[in-house]
Write a protein that binds this ligand. Structure first.
Ligand SMILES: Nc1nc2c(ncn2[C@@H]2O[C@H](COP(=O)(O)OP(=O)(O)OP(=O)(O)O)[C@@H](O)[C@H]2O)c(=O)[nH]1
Ligand SMILES: [Mg+2]
Length: 466
């Protein structure tokens, strides 16, 4: 039998393992009032008052008590899923919860109650207009958040902050479209539309607002995904020591023997709530050692995937010929920080310097001592800077790559629209088309694909006689 979005579903809603309480949740569809009633009768032996906590026994098929707990019913549409919902809150043991779950399935067999698929409760909340797509994603992000900052911004998205900003942008685009389309429909009126309606000014304000949303979303994506930071360089320059210094723990083996690290070692650390996936690698050199060769191959694989490469050097020697060969192989476009380690041996104070290389690229050099820990704070700050983190960002949303792609697409369409607006009025229909495409991109974030919404707005704001 094929699963459908109207099947009654059931699942254990709490995490696996032992806990104070455990919740079994049933969502029985928007027409599932009778199913919930039957289930309550079968399992608790009573009819419950909607949205009232009732302390009841959970009974098995023979009428024996499996557990005692709170039963709550939420008639549609006032529930998480927007459907008729029953929650059984019992004790949080894996076996007892399995028994209650099985009891629900047995008692609900008559009306086709089945186990819910992953995310199915939230999917229904979206389908029943309880949450939009961005909010539904925020539910998952909130649950998965691994830092306080990530949890807080997922909470903001769930509360609708991100969706509200997207809706505000869509509203502005729709208003502008309405003006353009009206002008297109009545060319005989010969309005210099762009002048009369201040279309350029309106578009400029929308673009400004979109840039703002995009920058907040970019920060949010950073909170969600983090950055992969690869420590690379010749053997013995102190890569493992620096990993340990950043992590504040002796994770990697450090010895004076060149070629100590054979395999990559990863650790996720947090700076200002941003997860940084720091990867220590095998030192790069020519070698005949089979094991070391494989390790070095892995180093290059990691460098290929890095968001930031920390090229470690011994401060006493600086860049040498081998380092030039290494640096030449770094992938283009990935920020590289040259970290001159072991400053404690040179007597030079930790510092960050930036200069422009012969080829016009910016070279960032940072002097520190991994062993003493001096200058590691400078490195943290530099990593935050590369990540584009702004300490004063106030309303970050925990955005996903999908949102960034949609926002960037919308931005491009608005840029195109602006280009058309700067030409003569012949390109007004192209201007309108770019606005439509921008709106479509924005709508994809909240999951609305209403092609009728523009008409709706037009008719609601114009009177027939005009
Ligand atoms: N004085 C001083 N010694 C350091 C510093 N950082 C690392 N060392 C020493 O340099 C040696 C090599 O350090 P590691 O961290 O193992 O170097 P690595 O780059 O990981 O080396 P491989 O794993 O062999 O590639 C060890 O003896 C460290 O104690 C530093 O800042 N100052
Ligand atoms: Mg090492």
């Amino acid at each position: 039998m094929l699963a459908t979005d109207s099947d009654p579903i059931v699942a254990i809603a709490t995490a696996p393992g032992r806990g104070g309480i455990g919740v079994v949740r049933v969502s029985a569809g928007r027409a599932g009032a009778a199913a919930i009633e039957a289930l309550m009768q079968a399992i608790t032996g009573q009819t419950l008052v909607a949205r009232h906590a009732s302390y009841v026994p959970f009974l098995d098929g023979a009428g024996t008590v499996l557990d005692r707990g709170i039963a709550l019913s939420f008639p549609a549409p006032h529930s998480y899923t927007g459907e008729h919902v029953l929650e059984l809150q019992g004790h949080g043991g894996p076996i007892v919860l399995q028994l209650v779950l099985q009891r629900c399935i047995d008692a609900g067999r008559a009306f086709g109650l089945r186990l819910a698929e992953p995310g199915e409760f939230t999917r229904r909340a979206f389908l029943n207009d309880k949450l939009d797509l961005a909010q539904a994603e925020a539910v998952a992000d909130l649950i998965e958040a691994s830092t306080e900052a990530a949890a807080r911004s997922a909470g903001r998205s769930l509360d609708g902050a991100f969706s509200r900003d997207i809706h505000a942008l869509v509203d502005d685009v729709v208003t502008l479209r309405m003006l353009v389309e009206a002008t297109l429909d009545f060319p005989e009126e010969e309005i210099d539309f762009l002048e009369a309606a201040d279309a350029r000014g309106k578009l400029a304000r929308i673009r400004e607002q979109l840039d703002h949303v995009l920058s907040e979303a970019r920060q949010g994506a950073l909170l969600r995904e983090g950055l992969s930071v690869v420590l690379a360089g010749q053997p013995n320059v102190g890569k493992s020591s620096l990993l340990n210094a950043l992590a504040g723990a002796e994770l990697a083996i450090v010895t004076p023997v060149a070629g100590t690290t054979r395999d990559k070692i990863s650790q996720t650390i947090q700076i200002e709530g941003i997860p940084l996936h720091v990867i220590d690698t095998a030192g790069l050199r020519d070698t005949e050692d089979e094991v070391e060769k494989i390790g070095i191959e892995r180093t290059w694989n990691e460098i290929g995937r890095a968001d930031v490469v920390l090229h470690l050097l011994d401060a006493r020697t600086g860049m040498n010929a081998e380092d030039d060969v290494i640096a030449a192989r770094f992938p283009a476009g990935v920020p590289v920080v040259r970290v001159l380690n072991k400053t404690d041996l040179t007597g030079v104070a930790p510092e960050v310097t930036k200069r422009v290389a012969a080829d016009g690229s910016e070279v960032c050099e940072l002097r520190l001592s991994a062993k003493q820990g001096d200058g590691v704070g400078l490195l943290r700050a530099e990593l935050l800077r590369i990540a584009g983190w702004q300490a004063d960002a106030q309303s970050v949303y925990l955005a996903r790559e999908r949102h960034l792609i949609a926002l960037r697409a919308a931005r491009e369409h608005l840029e195109q629209a602006a280009a058309h607006a700067d030409q003569d009025s012949q390109s007004l229909d192209l201007f309108a088309e770019e606005l439509r495409l921008a709106q479509e991109s924005l709508n994809s974030i909240t999951g609305e694909f209403t092609s009728d919404d523009l008409l709706g707005v037009i008719f609601s704001r114009f009177c027939i006689g005009k």
